[in-house]
Design a protein around this ligand. Structure first.
Ligand code: DHB
Length: 313
């Protein structure tokens, strides 16, 4: 039994897409709605539509092991109004929907939040503080003063309704402490999604002696196997520090095993990015079955029996 709840909403299972993957246009969103995912999120959007960066801008990193992806999409998206319209036709009976926003400025974020508040759709707001790929725009999650200012404005602009933030990975205990302390000042920040890609990695092809994606001289966000331990650390660090918030885990999940690890570390929901990009929405049925099998072998009949129960030595 993989059933769970998130912000009091019932879900068939804890699996969903990572924002950016299979969620940019209506046909992809409909495929996620038809899939076995327990929830889904739309592509991070800006106030105006964007073409994004020049191609190639996504590549799979194809050693047998480890395996992953690098991307510098640059926020190609259909614009906020397009995703807002999807929120109005989504079948909320089948699964909850998150809408991800990633405004280029604080004012753009506030404008989107303002229309969402008036639209009164049941979609759950996730604010992306961690896009690494727009040339000239810093990742907000790495600027703690800017993050604090943004949270003050958006939580008040959203009338203290529940919302969440998508964070970049942190690599220092002092940064876990500082980010969590800021988040804990905002009770309406009800969930935290950890992690976005490890920003500005560089993949090199030895034969051509070249970078493999075009934007930013080849620098792009890293996902897949490479990021799993960093993702688990961030999930668990925020789970320990933010007891009033739910954690959504993202990073390195491609089978039931990694999904189990994220939940053990404290994730209530588990997202898939690279693996979904490579395998398509049928991945949800496979990973569901694998997670159920692991639970059965261990004698667990519900997620709550091991959620957050990671042991230490
Ligand atoms: C993009 C990448 C991200 O990691 C993100 O959080 C938002 C947007 C992108 O390149 O489109």
């Amino acid at each position: 039994n993989l059933a769970t709840t998130f912000l009091d909403l019932p879900l068939n299972n804890p699996l969903m897409n990572a924002s950016g993957v299979w969620c940019s246009v209506g046909s992809q969103l409909e495929a996620l709605q038809e899939s076995e995912a327990g929830a889904m999120v739309t592509k991070s959007c800006t106030l105006q539509p964007r073409d994004g960066n020049p191609e190639p801008r996504y590549r799979v990193l194809n050693g047998d092991k480890p395996w992953g992806s690098i991307n510098s999409m640059g926020l190609p998206n259909e614009g906020f109004a397009y995703y807002l319209r999807y929120t109005e036709r989504h079948d909320y009976e089948s699964k909850p929907l998150f809408i991800s926003i990633s405004g280029l400025t604080l004012d753009d974020n506030l404008a989107m939040i303002d229309s969402l508040k008036d639209a009164v759709t049941p979609a759950i707001l996730e604010i992306n503080l961690s896009c690494p790929n727009v040339p000239g725009k810093a990742q907000l999650g790495y600027d703690f003063d800017a993050m604090d200012t943004l949270l003050a404005e958006v939580t008040s602009g959203y009338g203290q309704r529940a919302l969440g933030v998508k964070l970049p990975p942190y690599f220092d205990i002092a940064h876990f402490d500082e980010a969590a302390a800021i988040l804990n000042r905002y009770p309406s920040v009800a969930f935290v999604t950890c992690i976005n890609s490890i920003g500005n990695a560089l993949a090199i092809d030895i034969d051509s002696e070249s970078v493999i994606i075009k934007p930013k001289d080849g620098f792009g966000g890293l996902g897949g196997d490479y990021v799993l331990p960093t993702a688990l650390a961030n999930v668990n660090a925020f789970y320990r520090r933010c007891p009033e918030k739910a954690i959504i885990g993202c990073g390195g999940v491609k089978s039931g095993q990694e999904a189990f690890m994220h939940i053990l570390a404290g994730a209530t929901l588990v997202q898939m990015g690279t693996a979904l990009y490579e395998e398509g929405p049928s991945i949800f049925g496979r990973v569901k079955a694998e997670l159920s099998e692991i639970m059965e072998k261990k004698g667990y009949s519900s997620l709550s029996q091991f959620h957050g129960k990671l042991k230490t030595l």
